[in-house]
Design a protein. Structure first.
Lengths: 95, 537, 206
C-alpha cells in the first residue's frame, strides 16, 4: 500500500550491528572466564540482553516500525519478566 | 442500505461456490460458515460432555458403586473435563460468535486471514479426534483429571499421550484464532470505527485474543514436557530425578487460570451487547467496561497461584496470590454494576435473551463471590478439593459462560439463520434449565462445606440428601437443554422469517440482512462522528 | 484510520502480515518462555550442579554456532534491503548463504549431541542416572529439550526461507510485495534471539 512507505535500511547499518553483536559475544565469553563469582551469570545475561535489543531494533526493524508494534513487543517482554518474578516469589521464600 | 439488491443476492447459507453440500462448508473460508462449523462441532462435543456429566451424577445418586467403579469414574471426570474445557468453553464464544459476528461488527468482509481461520477449525477437529483416540485405543481412557498433574500424569498406565497431544493441538487452534482476531481488529475496522466506537463484544474478544496468544503457548510447552517425560524420562517434573512437581502446577496454571478468562470475557462481552439492546438504552459506563475488560485480561494473567494454596508454595507467594485474586474480583464487579445500571430506567423489552442475561448476572455473582471464599487463604484450606470447588467452578463456567452462550444464541439466532425461534418454548426451556442448574450445583456448595471431597465415586452416607437433589437437578437441566435444542433446531428450519433488526439494536450486524450476504456488506459502511454502537434515545 | 482494509481490489496488506508474524513470534517467545522459567527455577535450586554439568559442554562449538547464527541473521536482513533495491540475484544469493549457514549450524548440533550421546549422556540414560547428581540430570534434560526445540525451529525457519526464496525466484515476492520475505526474516531473527539467551545459559556458566 502506498501509505505503508517502506524504510530501506542501508547495508552499512546491518554490517555495524553484526560487528557489535560479534564483539558482544566475544566480550561475554571473555568476561565469564574472569572470576566474578555470582556476578558471572548477571554479566552474561546483561550482554545477552543488549544483543537481543540490537537484534530487535535493527534486524527486526522495530526502530522503523509504528509505535504500537514497539509497545506490543515491550509489553510481551515485560509480562514474561513479571511472570518469572512472581514464580520466584514462591521459590525464593520456600522454607 | 440497498435492500433490494441485498435481497437479490444469495445469502451465506444458500451461497454455492466451487463445491456443493458439506464439501462447500468444510472448504469455505467464509467467517460465518466457519463460525457455524464451530457451532456444530462444539455442540456435538458439548453433548458428549453432558452425557458424561449425567453419568457422574447418576453414579453419585447413592454411596458406593451405583453404575461404575472407581477407575471408570476417574476416567469419566477426566474426559468430561478435557472435553468441556478444551473443546467447549475455551473455543465456545470466540470461535462461534466471534467468528460469525466480529467481522460484521467492525464493518469488515471477513477476518484478516480467512484460510488460517479455516485451518484453525481443522486443527480443532484434529485435536478432538486425538483426544477421542485416547478413549478408544490403548490401556483405557486417561484418569489424571483434566489438569494432567505431575507426577501421576507420567506414571499412570492409561493412554495419556494422545489426550495431551490433542490438548496441545487444540491450544494451537486457539492461538491461531486469537492471532487472526487481533490482526482483524487492528487492521480491518471500517472507516470511522474508532477504538472507542467498537462494540463491547469486540473489545472482550480483543482482550481474550491476547490471553489466548500469550498464555496458551505456556501450557503447550508444559504438555510437551509431560509427553517427553513419559517418553524419555527427562526428569523435569519427576521428584525422583530432582524435578519439582509444583513447578508443573505453576506452568499449568499460568495458562489455565487465564484460560478461565478466555472463557468468561467473551461471555461478558455478549451480555454487554444484549443488555443495552433490551433496555433500549446507552450502555452505562462504556469506557469503564472496556477498562475492566483489559484489567481482567491483564491481572488475570498474574493470579494463577491461587489454585495451589495447599500444594506447598511459599507463604510469601500465597499472600501475593491471595491479594491479587481479591483485586481481580473488582473489575468483574464493575461490570455487574454497569449491566445493572444500564437496565435502570431503561425501556425494558423482556425477551428470551434478556432472561438468559439476567440469570447470567445472578449465577455469575454467586459464582464470583464463592470464588473469594476460595481465594482467601484460611477458608481455602477448609474447602479446597471439595464439592465446593466444583460448585464454584460450574457456577462460573457453566453458569457464566454457558448461560452467556445460551443468551448469545437466542440473541443472534435470527441473524444467523434468518428465522425467529418459538419464543414460548425458548422461555420454557430457559426456566427448566435454570431450575435444573440451581438444583444441580447449589447443593454442592453445602456438601463441600460439610467436607465432601470431589473426584470420588463414593461418599459417606451423611452426604446422600444433597447428592440426590443434585442428581435430580442434573435431570431437570438435561430436560431444559433438550427443549432448547429441539426448539432451536426446528426453528432454524421452519421458523418464521426474521427481520433485519428484530430487537431494534444499533450495532452493525443488525444493519445487514438476516441472514447476512456472502460478503456481509455491499459496500463497506462508514461510521459517522456522532454515531455509536449503543446510541439509543 | 487504516485506508486499505476496504480497498476492494487490493487484498494485500503488508502491515497485517507483519503484525500477524509478530503475534506468532510472541507465542513462540512464550513457548520458550515456559522453558526459561523451568530453567531458572532449577538453576536456582541446583546452582553448583548446573555449573558442574555445564563443564561438559563445549564452549567453542557453542561460540561457533552463535557466530554462525548472528551472521545468518545479518545476511537475511540484508536480503530484505536488496529486494527493495530490486537486486533479485543478490537477494537469492543472500538467502542461499543464510540457508547454508543454518544447515551448518544443524550439522554442528548433530556432532555436539552425538558426542554427548556417545558419552552415555541422554535423557533417561542409565549412565546419566547413576553417575550424575539430580541437578546435573535436570541440566542435561533441559539442555536436550531446549536446544532440541531450538533446532526444530531452525528447521522450520529454513523451510520458510526456502519457500520465500522460491517465491522471490518466481517474482511473486518482489519489492512491492515483500511481506513473505520480511516475515521469513522476522522468524529467523526470532531463532537467533532465542539462541542469544541459550548460549550464555548453557555454555557460559561454569
Amino acid at each position: 500500500m502506498s501509505n505503508e512507505k517502506h524504510h530501506i535500511v542501508p547495508y552499512r547499518v546491518y554490517a555495524l550491528v553484526l560487528v557489535a553483536l560479534l564483539a558482544l559475544t566475544f566480550a561475554s565469553i571473555g568476561i565469564v572466564s574472569i572470576e566474578l563469582g555470582k556476578y558471572t551469570v548477571a554479566a552474561a545475561l546483561i550482554f545477552a540482553t543488549i544483543k537481543s535489543f540490537l537484534v530487535l531494533t535493527y534486524f527486526m526493524h522495530l526502530k522503523y516500525d509504528k509505535p504500537y508494534i514497539k509497545a506490543m513487543v515491550a509489553f510481551v517482554f515485560a509480562i514474561f519478566f513479571v511472570v518469572i518474578v512472581i514464580t520466584f516469589l514462591d521459590y525464593l521464600y520456600r522454607t | 442500505m440497498h435492500k433490494e439488491q441485498a435481497a437479490n443476492m444469495s445469502n451465506y447459507l444458500t451461497y454455492q461456490g466451487k463445491y456443493k453440500g458439506l464439501l462447500g462448508w468444510i472448504t469455505s473460508t467464509d467467517h460465518k460458515r466457519i463460525g457455524l462449523l464451530y457451532l456444530y462441532s462444539i455442540l456435538t462435543m458439548f453433548s458428549v460432555g453432558v452425557l458424561l456429566g449425567l453419568a457422574m451424577k447418576l453414579e453419585l445418586l447413592a454411596p458406593g458403586k451405583t453404575i461404575m467403579d472407581a477407575q471408570t469414574y476417574n476416567s469419566t471426570f477426566t474426559v468430561h473435563g478435557v472435553i468441556m474445557i478444551f473443546m467447549v468453553v475455551v473455543p465456545g464464544l470466540p470461535a462461534v460468535f466471534g467468528n460469525f459476528l466480529m467481522p460484521i461488527m467492525i464493518g469488515a468482509k471477513d477476518v484478516a486471514f480467512p484460510k488460517l481461520n479455516l485451518l484453525s477449525w481443522y486443527l480443532y477437529v484434529a485435536g478432538v479426534f486425538l483426544v477421542l483416540a485416547a478413549l478408544f485405543f490403548g490401556n483405557g481412557a486417561p484418569d489424571t483429571g483434566w489438569t494432567f498433574y505431575a507426577p501421576y500424569s507420567f506414571k499412570t498406565g492409561t493412554n495419556l499421550l494422545p489426550a495431551v497431544f490433542g490438548a496441545f493441538v487444540l491450544g494451537f487452534s486457539s492461538i491461531l484464532t486469537g492471532l487472526n482476531f487481533l490482526v482483524t481488529i487492528h487492521r480491518m475496522r471500517c472507516p470511522g470505527m474508532k477504538w472507542t466506537k467498537l462494540p463491547l463484544f469486540v473489545w472482550t474478544l480483543y482482550g481474550t485474543a491476547w490471553i489466548q496468544l500469550l498464555a496458551t503457548p505456556v501450557v503447550g510447552i508444559t504438555l510437551v514436557l509431560i509427553a517427553l517425560e513419559r517418553l524419555f524420562g527427562v526428569g523435569v517434573f519427576d521428584p525422583a530425578l530432582g524435578g519439582d512437581p509444583i513447578l508443573y502446577q505453576h506452568l499449568f496454571w499460568i495458562y489455565s487460570h487465564p484460560a478461565v478468562y478466555i472463557m468468561i470475557l467473551p461471555a461478558m462481552g455478549a451480555i454487554s451487547e444484549i443488555i443495552p439492546t433490551f433496555a433500549q438504552k446507552q450502555v452505562f459506563g462504556y469506557k469503564a467496561i472496556i477498562a475492566s475488560t483489559m484489567a481482567i485480561a491483564f491481572v488475570g494473567y498474574l493470579v494463577w497461584g491461587h489454585h495451589m494454596f495447599t500444594a506447598g508454595m511459599s507463604g510469601t507467594a500465597q499472600y501475593y496470590f491471595s491479594l491479587l485474586t481479591f483485586i481481580v474480583a473488582i473489575p468483574s464487579a464493575i461490570k455487574v454494576f454497569n449491566w445493572i445500571s444500564t437496565m435502570y430506567k431503561g425501556s425494558i423489552n423482556v425477551q428470551t435473551p434478556l432472561y438468559w442475561a439476567a440469570s447470567f448476572i445472578f449465577v455469575f455473582m454467586i459464582g464470583g463471590l464463592s470464588g473469594l471464599v476460595l481465594g482467601a487463604l484460611a477458608t481455602d484450606v477448609h474447602v479446597h478439593d471439595t464439592a465446593f470447588v466444583v460448585a464454584h467452578f460450574h457456577y462460573i463456567v457453566f453458569g457464566g459462560t454457558g448461560f452467556a452462550f445460551m443468551a448469545a444464541i437466542h440473541y443472534w439466532f435470527p441473524k444467523i439463520y434468518g428465522r425467529m425461534y418459538d419464543k414460548g418454548w425458548a422461555n420454557a426451556g430457559w426456566l427448566v434449565f435454570f431450575i435444573g442448574f440451581l438444583a444441580l450445583y447449589t447443593p454442592m456448595f453445602y456438601l463441600g462445606m460439610m467436607g465432601m471431597p470431589r473426584r470420588y465415586y463414593d461418599y459417606m452416607k451423611e452426604f446422600q440428601g444433597g447428592n440426590i437433589l443434585s442428581t435430580f437437578g442434573s435431570w431437570i437441566l438435561a430436560t431444559g437443554l433438550v427443549i432448547i435444542i429441539v426448539n432451536l433446531v426446528k426453528s432454524a428450519r421452519h421458523g418464521t422469517p426474521a427481520e433485519m433488526d428484530p430487537w431494534h439494536s444499533k450495532t452493525l450486524e443488525w444493519q445487514v440482512s438476516s441472514p447476512p450476504s456472502v460478503e456481509n456488506f455491499d459496500e463497506i459502511p462508514e461510521i459517522a462522528e456522532n454515531d455509536g454502537p449503543y446510541n439509543y434515545k | 484510520m487504516e485506508q486499505n482494509a476496504h480497498n476492494e481490489h487490493v487484498h494485500y496488506d503488508a502491515e497485517a502480515s507483519k503484525i500477524g508474524m509478530w503475534l506468532f513470534i510472541f507465542t513462540e517467545l512464550l513457548l520458550f518462555g515456559g522453558l526459561f522459567i523451568v530453567y531458572s527455577v532449577y538453576r536456582f535450586m541446583n546452582q553448583e550442579a548446573f555449573h558442574l554439568a555445564a563443564e561438559e559442554l563445549n564452549t567453542t562449538i557453542g561460540a561457533i554456532n552463535t557466530v554462525l547464527l548472528l551472521v545468518s541473521s545479518m545476511t537475511i536482513a540484508v536480503s530484505t534491503t536488496t529486494l527493495q533495491l530490486k537486486k533479485k540475484g543478490l537477494t537469492l544469493f543472500l538467502l542461499g548463504i543464510t540457508v547454508i549457514i543454518g544447515v551448518v549450524f544443524l550439522v554442528n548440533k548433530y556432532f555436539e549431541w552425538g558426542a554427548k550421546i556417545e558419552h552415555g549422556i541422554w535423557p533417561g540414560s542409565e549412565h546419566l542416572k547413576t553417575a550424575f547428581s539430580q541437578g546435573e540430570i535436570l541440566f542435561f534434560g533441559l539442555y536436550y529439550v531446549m536446544t532440541g526445540l531450538h533446532a526444530l525451529h531452525i528447521i522450520i525457519g529454513l523451510i520458510i526461507i526456502l519457500f520465500a526464496a522460491h517465491r522471490v525466484y518466481k517474482g511473486t515476492v518482489n519489492e512491492n510485495r515483500a511481506a513473505l520475505l520480511e516475515n521469513a526474516g522476522l522468524y529467523w531473527h526470532l531463532v537467533d534471539l532465542i539462541w542469544i539467551f541459550l548460549f550464555p545459559l548453557f555454555y557460559l556458566i561454569h
